[in-house]
Design a protein around this ligand. Sequence first.
Ligand SMILES: [Zn+2]
Ligand SMILES: [Zn+2]
Length: 282
Amino acid sequence: MHARIWGCRGSLASPGPETIRYGGNTSCMEVRLSDGTLMVLDAGTGIRPFGLSLDPDRDKTIHLFLSHLHLDHLEGLGFFSPLWRPDVELHVWGPPSPLRSLEQRIARYLSPPLFPVHLSDIPSHPQFHDVPDGEFTIGGATIRAQPISHRGPTVGYRITENGKTMAYLPDHEPALGVDLAEMEPEWISGHGVAEGADVLFHDAQYTPEEYADRVGWGHSSVEHVVTFGLVSKVKQLVMFHHDPLHSDEHLEALVSKAGELWGANGNGGDPVLAYEGMEIEL
Ligand SMILES: [Zn+2]
Ligand SMILES: [Zn+2]
């Protein structure tokens, strides 16, 4: 499979000279399977340029997987050009909720007064699916979606094709109320998604000092993400969901701190920062 990042900023789009190297668009990642199946993870503002990159003659079936419905993961959907093409078959997958269907929850955003057009009038007529509990297949890939520690119904995604695995947990607070280094790994939130992954894209929003004032907000400090990556025995950790307050220089200081914490304990290379345009072949 081939993955490309179109947005890796957390919380709010943050364009400008201070964020030029790692990008200001919110969460969106393209995943193309080796059989050509096209998947996209989250619909942050990065999904707008992703949509423009597609070939209208080739890319007619698209599977969009939403980790959750916080606005930074959904706000680009109305500006995703395939949404407006009647010949596109768009499947939207997301975490179930006991209160409202996925379609009803998304229609709260894609309807007046927040958006000019109602979801039911959109030409592609997307099909909505609750992600199943356990594993399921899309094209040649096996997908595992599991609920993880964050505010509101949220899942992490594990995608395996041809023996290679990527894991995507952009918003995740596994350290909430527990000591990650002491806990049995199988009881840690997200472990079943990340375990042994070749690449893990994971929330790395805060410094330890920032986290101390934001316990329970749903995100991880650099120490938490490094410990989570080590305990999960991932080969490559990619730090994702950068805080809007963190400039390029700030992020580079953060990744060098992550490298020190990772030390000689990791299975593979040092942690790296996600950036817009980053491509990974698995
Ligand atoms: Zn987010
Ligand atoms: Zn969130």
